[in-house]
Design a protein. Structure first.
Length: 298
């Protein structure tokens, strides 16, 4: 059984679902998913969960992400990127100083309206399906956080920037909103995700390299253990009795803790004395126990 985390460098013009399907076929794993969608036009880091790693989707969602984006000025499209239909064009006269001032306006907590061409749902229907039917639905603004936004390149008609955001931020909407603020219009022309939480694209593998490693039967070196999904959570080694309790989903008393590696946190990773990851657990301080939240099968 192959279970764990795969860091994949997604190519352009492929959907996240395409990558899941390809990995499933290459590694012959029945249960495969991903932590965070990338648009087909985007490239970069896609975290692929294999088998039991898919159990941790909900707990992983709040990780910040870093992107490298390029934006074309003077153009507006229905998708907020250059893959869409151009709605209007406008001549551009923006200085680098004006652009930097505009970018600074988006730092911190902001309200962002999701684009119509997105997977957000309205009455159970993805917005992009409604958009393809020519419909436009009123969307509620969503609070997101822009942690950092740094201009890296500038010309009279385009610019590039690196941005670190909270989960749920649409870089296409950010590009559109920057264009609205400048009064020129703007659309995303390139996007690359370079980081999710503690994982960086420089450690990712391409689909071609994964396929070749599978043919050579040395692909396991690219599969990170499930516990690596949460490097920030402390590790606890349990006594044999504690391991049995955790394995059965029962509360684990503090007396069954043999060793703690880390400090107090919202969640802890519980292991048996042979180093097997058993579950993710929440501490219940008043009750002096750990309560398993997500358990693994062994």
């Amino acid at each position: 059984m192959i279970a764990g985390l795969l860091l994949l460098d997604k190519p352009q013009d492929a959907s996240s679902f395409d990558m899941v399907r390809e990995v499933k076929g290459i590694l012959k794993v029945k249960k495969v998913g991903h932590f965070g969608t990338l648009d087909p036009m985007a490239t970069g880091l896609l975290l692929i969960a294999l088998d039991q790693a898919t159990k941790f989707f909900d707990l992983f969602q709040e990780r910040s992400k870093t992107y490298r984006a390029t934006v074309e000025l003077g153009v507006c499209t229905d998708t907020y990127d250059m893959t869409g239909t151009v709605l209007r064009r406008k001549s551009v006269s923006v200085s680098e100083g004006e652009l930097k001032e505009a970018l600074n306006r988006f730092l911190g907590d902001i309200l962002q309206v999701p684009p119509m061409f997105s997977a957000k749902k309205h009455q159970g229907q993805p917005l992009y399906k409604l958009a393809r039917e020519g419909k436009s639905i009123e969307r509620e603004p969503v609070k997101v956080r822009i942690e950092s936004l740094n201009l890296t390149e500038f010309s009279s008609s385009s610019f590039s920037f690196d941005v670190t955001t909270s989960s749920g931020t649409y870089i296409r909407s950010l590009a559109n909103d920057i264009g609205e603020l400048l009064g020129t219009g703007a659309a995303l022309s390139a996007l690359r995700r370079i980081r999710i939480g503690d994982f960086h694209v420089e450690h990712a593998i391409t689909l071609e390299d994964l396929r070749q490693s599978a043919e050579e039967e040395n692909y396991l070196r690219y599969i990170l253990p499930i516990e690596s999904i949460f490097p920030e959570f402390p590790k606890i080694i349990l006594t044999p009795r504690g391991a049995v309790l955790a394995g059965n989903g029962a509360k684990v008393p503090l007396e069954e803790v043999a060793k703690v590696e880390g400090v107090r946190a919202d969640y802890f990773k519980l292991f048996d004395d042979e180093g097997r990851f058993l579950c993710l657990a929440k501490p219940d301080i008043p009750q002096r126990v750990f309560r398993p939240v997500v358990m693994l099968q062994h």
